[in-house]
Every structure is written in C-alpha cells, then in structure tokens.
Design a binder for this molecule. Structure first.
Ligand code: ATP
Ligand code: MG
Length: 297
C-alpha cells in the first residue's frame, strides 16, 4: 500500500523562522497597544467635544426659545394696541363730551352709558387677548361659513360700490359648518378685504373677490384683487408687526390675521404680481377633535 506520510504536510520547526515570527508578533502587539492608547485618547477628546457641543446646542435652544417668547410677547402687545385703539378713541370722545357744562342732564346720562359701554368692550377685549396669549382660542363655536360670508358681503358690498369696485362673492358653501372663533376669523378676513380694496384704488376696472374652498380637514378663504400688487421685498415683510406702506396704516392687520389663522390650525399664503394683483389664502382647520368643546350660549 502506498501511504502518503502525514509528516509531509507538517511545517518544519525552523528555529530562525520561529524567532522571526515571535519578533513580528511582539512588534504587532506593541503597535496595537500604542494604537489602542491613541484611540482611547481620541475617544476621550471626542467625548469632551461632544459634551461641549451638546452644552452649546442646549444653550442655543434655550436662547431660541427665549427669543420666540419675546417675539410672541411683542406681537401680542402689538395686537392688543391695534384692537384697543378704536373703542378707546370712542370712549375718549364720549368722555370729552361730558366736560361740556351746558349738556342737558338726559344727554349726560346717555353719554355716560355709552362711555361705560365702550370701556366694558375694552375690558372684554383685554380678557380675550390675555386668553389668546395663553394659546387658547376664545368662544369656539360651530357656525355656518355661508353666514360669515354673507355678513362680510353685507359690510363690504356697499363700501365697494361707493368706491366703484366690483365685489364678488364666489362659491357659497351652503350648509358648511366649522368650529372656531367666528368673530376673530371675521376680523382677519375684514383686514384682508380692506387691504384688497385699498390696493385696487388706482386700478382701471377694480375688482375684489372673496371665495372659499373646503377640504376634509381645512377651509381656505381666498381674497383676490386686481390691484397694484407687491414687490418681493414687500411680500417678505408683510407679516412683520408695524410693517406698512400706507401713511395711515398701522401695519398690524396682517400680523393679527396670521395670528388668528394659526390659532385655528391654519395660516396665510400670498401670491402677488406687481401691477397685476394679489391673492391671499387664509386657511383654518374645520375644527379638530382636540379643539375645546363648543361653548353653550
Ligand atoms: N392686497 C394687497 N395688495 C397690495 N399690497 C398689500 C395688500 N395687502 C397688504 N399689502 C401691503 O402690506 C402692508 C401691510 O398690511 P397690513 O394689513 O398688515 O397693514 P396696513 O393695512 O398697512 O395697516 P392696518 O394695520 O391698518 O391694517 C400694507 O401697508 C401694504 O403695503
Ligand atoms: Mg391692513
């Protein structure tokens, strides 16, 4: 029988090669241990860097939150001033009349009642605004969108006619009900329509339209005009409190309108072309399940 000897596959024990293998092994071990030390130091340095970066991120986050709070407070103060101006002016006017020594007693009582009425209105506004500042939307109630649009048309049709502006109410969503603060939404739309009417003052055939479209979640009010339009730098600053290009404007209308839209889970979008016109789209949520239950009246 012809056996292949197992010794033929064994590596011969050459002492010189063995010594070389040990030397190489030691060298690699040393290099590994040096590399490990360097790696450990690198990990320590990176950990320290990460901790510093985390601290910086935290600091920046806190600063951003503080800035956000300050901005919100500034916007609130601006909103409050805008809302309080009209009833305060009326109350001052009435109170001024009371100074007249020749005023008959009956008129005095009537004027005093009107003054108190305006002051009560002011007080209610301040209460509303304080609640609004805490992120609540007052008096959420279900209301018919068609009613709201009807009310706006009732206010603006005669105004537009007097100025020779064609005012169009497109799409009347019969039976569409949403949950929200009707007064606040009406106020926001009023400002958008007033702006549109001002924008078309110089147009050859001035036109302003108000329309609404509904999706499952949201309602979008569109206010379109064929007025002077806006340059890009104006569009960029539109919602800044006090930004205005009108001598008699306060520049708070759009800041407030956007606040109202956001408080209703929506926002305001704008597209404008200088010389051609502008469209504002104000969206509100139709009333989500997490909204406070409607107030009983
Ligand atoms: N439809 C529009 N077309 C052209 N410019 C517009 C339009 N709407 C708003 N603007 C511009 O945006 C500016 C800011 O509007 P905003 O309603 O915030 O303030 P305002 O109308 O100037 O003052 P107020 O606080 O009395 O409403 C306006 O001054 C105007 O330049
Ligand atoms: Mg305005």
């Amino acid at each position: 029988m012809n056996h292949t000897s197992p010794a033929a596959t064994e590596i011969p024990l050459d002492p010189a090669r063995l010594a070389e293998a040990f030397r190489l092994f030691n060298q690699v071990s040393e290099e590994l241990s040096t590399a490990y030390g360097a790696l450990e130091r690198q990990v320590e340095a990176l950990t320290a860097e990460l901790a510093a970066a985390n601290a910086e991120t935290q600091r920046l986050r806190e600063e951003a939150e503080r800035n956000k709070r300050l901005t919100a407070m500034g916007e609130m103060a601006a909103q409050l001033a805008h809302q309080l101006r009209t009833p305060l002016a009326a109350a001052l006017l009435y109170a001024g009349n009371l100074e007249n020594p020749d005023l008959p007693e009956a008129s005095r009582v009537g004027i005093a009642q009107k003054t108190v009425g305006r002051l009560k209105h002011l007080e209610r506004l301040i209460q509303d605004m304080l609640l609004f500042a805490r992120g609540e939307v007052l008096g959420r109630e279900p209301f018919e969108v068609a009613d709201l649009l009807g009310e706006l048309a009732h206010t603006f049709e005669p105004l537009a006619r007097a100025r020779g502006v064609s005012f169009e109410l497109t799409a009347e969503p019969a039976g569409l009900v949403i949950i929200g603060n009707r007064k606040a939404i009406a106020g926001a739309l009023t400002n958008l329509i007033e702006n549109a009417l001002q924008a078309v003052a110089e147009s050859p055939s001035p036109k302003v339209s108000l329309g609404v479209t509904a999706s499952a979640e949201q309602l979008a009010f569109g206010i379109r005009d064929n007025g002077r339009g806006m340059a890009q730098d104006v569009v960029a600053r539109l919602f800044e409190p006090f930004f205005t290009t009108r001598a008699e404007g306060t520049g708070l209308g759009l800041a407030i309108a956007r606040g109202v839209a956001r408080a209703h889970g929506g926002g305001i979008d704008v597209t404008s072309e200088p010389g051609a016109g502008t469209e504002f789209i104000l969206t509100v949520s139709r009333g989500s399940a997490d909204a406070p239950p409607p107030e009983s009246s």
